[in-house]
Design a binder for this molecule. Structure first.
Ligand SMILES: Nc1ncnc2c1ncn2[C@@H]1O[C@H](COP(=O)(O)OP(=O)(O)OP(=O)(O)O)[C@@H](O)[C@H]1O
Ligand SMILES: [Mg+2]
Length: 233
């Protein structure tokens, strides 16, 4: 039986919620466990920092221009930033690139831009890319007041077959609020509680791979990998 490409669509409730932080941590964990992993940020706008973080996490196994073939100067959605440079990227081009540079059997993380419904290419948004790839969505959200609505809105906008398996990761905010300690339990009333994982604040040295993750962080990352499903070693 042919081994399918396993795409993970790292998306979430918006911009700046921790998609890159989580992606880099998951990649580093896979590398440490000896699992085959690839990661892409196909479209960057306003700097290539996300792609550089993934390149570092991958430890040089993938070239920057392969991780991120399209980048635009303006700190706007990639679709608008591309238009301002009179350039055009289509979903088809992105899907072709990801299929070409991913390997059957490997886990392939694909970080979108912004939230699920943010525009991505000239002809589609992050949801369209996830659907075209048949990717498992990984929903990242900041664990603060309002997150119940935001996560439910994202899940409600996914096709049921993708929604039902999607892990939801609540990232600890810089400043916890009164809801932070309760949100995972409250969300568990609306979706499979086992699909919800909380991630603590992660020090810069750990994110950069200069220090080892704590045991509790490692456990959380392994739970997310379990939810993603089996991978070849
Ligand atoms: N768990 C965490 N521990 C420490 N810092 C975090 C954590 N989650 C998010 N951050 C901080 O929030 C900032 C934004 O996170 P990140 O860049 O991962 O967001 P993003 O969702 O990838 O944003 P974008 O939409 O721009 O791609 C990071 O620079 C980091 O400082
Ligand atoms: Mg990012």
């Amino acid at each position: 039986m042919a081994v399918r490409r396993q795409f993970l669509g790292v998306t979430g409730t918006g911009t700046g919620v921790g998609k890159t932080v989580l992606s880099a941590l998951l990649v580093r964990r896979c590398v440490r466990l000896g699992l085959s992993v690839r990661a892409f940020k196909p479209l960057c706008s306003g700097g290539r920092g996300d792609a550089l973080a993934l390149e570092a996490a991958l430890g040089g196994s993938l070239a920057l221009d392969t991780i991120n073939p399209w980048h635009f100067d303006a700190p706007l959605s990639p679709s608008l930033a591309a238009r301002l440079e009179r350039r055009k990227v289509t979903l088809g081009q992105v899907v072709d690139h990801l299929r070409r540079y991913s390997v059957a059997g490997d886990l392939t993380l694909v970080e979108g831009a912004g939230g699920l419904l943010s525009p991505l290419t000239a002809d589609g948004d992050n949801r369209d890319l996830i659907v075209r790839l048949g990717a498992l969505p990984l929903i990242v959200a900041s664990n603060r007041l309002g997150v119940i609505h935001d996560v439910r809105a994202v899940l409600g906008n996914l096709p049921p077959r993708l929604r039902d398996r999607a892990p939801v990761v609540l990232m600890a905010p810089a400043q916890a609020d009164e809801s932070t300690a309760h949100n995972a339990r409250s969300l568990g009333e609306f979706l499979e509680p086992d699909h919800i994982v909380e991630l603590p604040r992660v020090p810069e040295e750990v994110r950069a791979g200069a220090a080892r993750p704590s045991l509790s962080l490692t456990r959380s990352l392994d739970r997310i990998l379990d939810l993603i499903g089996p991978m070849p070693s």
